[in-house]
Design a protein around this ligand. Structure first.
Ligand code: SF4
Length: 262
């Protein structure tokens, strides 16, 4: 059976390491939930809800309350239940999360605009390939530019490594162009832990290149599924990979040696 839909995240997985893609998209192996994921999910929900409110109510105290409410809803769900070993650990995580969220207001003024879309579920059939993903936010700036924005609660990579982080946003820009006929003007990554903002302009030529790259990835994935061959690609990502213990690349090599191969 071939590929049915592809998300920007899974496309990124295959690009980094086909075996990682297999573990996640084909085998659907569970991965341990981390406190960083809990912070990301909760902060996204709080920021999404901040824009449900009238502009004059979008202030830090309201955002902190929205974060607390969102965590109260999420903490007992299957994904995050039992994540913290003690109440003290959870409280320390909460305090750190609010400190990171406070940075948001030094990056932008949420009272000055209303996003066009938030948490938009995008499913696009693109002549033979079907791409699906959730776009964080899209807005028009006061000077009329269409911008796609992604929130991150982690720390930003150094600027020289920032461009690969735009991979998913370029796919979303392609989907937006396909759906609306309008090419977004810019892509923005907002790293709240820092904070750091990276923004790059978008061009039709760039999106045409992404279209070709996605089709090539789709073909490569289909071929990998057909042949059941998913090569490992050992690199820096392995340090954070949940599957290192079962990864073929580490099966014959002591982990300490394999991790060093970048
Ligand atoms: S440990 Fe490294 S090589 Fe193995 S699946 Fe994960 S990212 Fe790929």
């Amino acid at each position: 059976m071939g590929l049915e839909t592809l998300s920007p995240s899974r496309a990124g997985d295959f690009k980094h390491c086909p075996q990682l893609f297999k573990f996640r998209a084909i085998d659907r192996l569970p991965e341990p939930t981390t406190v960083h994921q809990a912070r990301g999910t909760t902060a996204h929900l709080a920021l999404q809800r901040l824009f449900d409110l009238p502009a004059e109510q979008r202030n830090p105290e309201v955002l902190y309350d929205l974060f607390r409410q969102a965590w109260a809803e999420l903490r007992t769900g299957d994904e995050f239940e039992g994540l913290f070993e003690s109440v003290e650990d959870e409280r320390a995580w909460g305090i750190e999360s609010l400190e990171i969220l406070a940075n948001y207001f030094s990056i932008e003024d949420p009272t000055s605009f209303d996003p066009i879309d938030r948490e938009l579920d995008m499913l696009e059939d693109m002549d033979g390939i079907t791409i699906r993903g959730i776009l964080d936010r899209m807005e028009e700036t006061p000077d009329g530019r269409l911008v796609i924005t992604d929130y991150k609660t982690g720390k930003a990579p150094p600027e020289r490594y920032a461009i690969p982080a735009f991979f998913a946003l370029k796919i979303y820009a392609l989907l937006v162009r396909r759906r609306t006929g309008k090419t977004p003007d810019a892509l923005k990554l907002m790293y709240l832990n820092g904070p750091t903002v990276y923004e790059i302009p978008v061009s039709d030529a760039q999106l045409d290149a992404m279209d070709r790259q996605l089709r090539a990835l789709w073909t490569a994935i289909d071929r990998a599924i057909d042949r059941d061959i998913f090569p490992t690609r050992v690199g820096r990502l392995c340090d954070w990979c949940s599957f290192q213990e079962i990864c073929p690349a580490f099966a014959e090599t002591p982990a300490t040696e394999a991790v060093g191969v970048a």
